[in-house]
Design a protein around this ligand. Structure first.
Ligand SMILES: Nc1ncnc2c1ncn2[C@@H]1O[C@H](COP(=O)(O)OP(=O)(O)O)[C@@H](O)[C@H]1O
Ligand SMILES: CC(=O)N[C@@H](CCC(=O)OP(=O)(O)O)C(=O)O
Length: 298
């Protein structure tokens, strides 16, 4: 940022240009999934926090769901705990789930809350456990074993997917001047066991439950890329499914695109996968013509 003072006329023009967008999203809920790879440096964290605080201030209701995959990975490595991903999901034993909760619901959640608050917002940190918001069931996946070529069921341990979302607490928070910031850990449907939930999947479940108008998925790539590395600007659900099936979409992008499909089917009007490291990505996407990334719609 330069230190130059903006011309007041330019500021007024910018605000007027944003007016139709503010009206379009007035009182709407927008779920923003803030991926661990999108978090970047202190400047990027501040831009994100400013965007979220401004949205709330102009009458839009942001709900932040955050990840932290790389940060969990770094802590597991420091502790000498081996970790592997299968189909984009972290295999999670009891020791790992304890670290996952510590990093997600602890340090990262509080860091995001503190940064939003430092920018004048009023954020409150929650996890899927709070208020019984999200109950998870164990994920079962069958995958092709590369060694044998045979399909087999893989046990991912304490990896869950949202089974029930109770929106009661979220509704209270959304109706207040608080901005909810949610870590993707949940309890089991049938007891207090902690489950590690992929943050994309979690964000999709929350967006569906609160009838969000938009779901923004902030990551570290410009959006969904085709086989030649070019950005795909728009995708239908069918096209998105095809990209997963033919392997164009792989790794961490799989749960992201699956989530987009789920959210659109649940009635979210549009889901956008975009680069969260570009300055003010959220504001530009919602309040200007300059939206970037991949828009997935019906
Ligand atoms: N077709 C694709 N287009 C874009 N990214 C892809 C694609 N296939 C796989 N990826 C990978 O998915 C990653 C994003 O997922 P992930 O690392 O889980 O991000 P986040 O932490 O933001 O959730 C990208 O950095 C990229 O390496
Ligand atoms: C089951 C599973 O894979 N959980 C994820 C939760 C965090 C996450 O999803 O973070 P990002 O959004 O930064 O990728 C993990 O353990 O890394």
């Amino acid at each position: 940022m330069t230190g130059s003072v903006p011309n007041p006329h330019d500021t007024a023009r910018i605000l007027v240009e944003a007016l139709p967008y503010m009206q379009r999203y007035d009182a709407a809920t927008v779920v923003v999934k803030y991926g661990g790879n999108a978090m970047g440096d202190a400047d990027a964290a501040r831009w994100f926090a400013q965007d979220v605080a401004i949205l709330k201030e102009v009458g839009i209701n942001p709900v932040v769901v955050h990840g932290g995959g790389p940060q969990i990975g770094a802590m597991l490595e420091r502790l000498g705990i081996k970790s592997e991903f299968k189909g984009g999901l972290r295999v999670t034993d009891q020791a790992t789930v304890e670290i996952v909760e510590m990093i997600l619901a602890g340090s990262i959640n509080k860091q995001i809350v503190a940064t939003i608050n430092a920018e004048g917002g009023r954020a409150i940190g929650l996890s899927g456990k709070d208020g019984g918001m999200v109950k998870a069931r164990k994920v079962t996946r069958s995958m092709i074993d590369p060694a044998t070529g045979r399909e087999e069921v893989v046990d991912l341990g304490f990896v869950g997917e949202p089974d029930l979302v109770d929106r009661t607490v979220l509704d209270w928070v959304i109706a207040s001047d608080l901005i909810p910031v949610i870590a993707p850990v949940a309890t089991a449907v049938d007891g207090p066991q902690t489950y590690n939930v992929n943050a994309d999947t979690f964000a999709g479940a929350v967006a569906g439950a609160v009838n969000a108008k938009r779901l923004l998925m902030l990551t570290d790539v410009p959006g969904v890329l085709d086989k030649t590395g070019q950005l795909i600007h728009r995708l239908s659900i069918e096209e998105a499914r095809r990209l997963i099936a033919d392997g164009t979409v792989s790794g961490g992008m799989i749960p992201k695109v699956e989530t987009c499909i789920y959210a659109v089917e649940k009635g979210v009007e549009g889901v956008v996968i975009l680069d969260g490291k570009t300055p003010h990505a959220v504001l530009i996407e919602l309040l200007t013509d300059g939206g970037a990334g991949t828009l997935i719609t019906r």
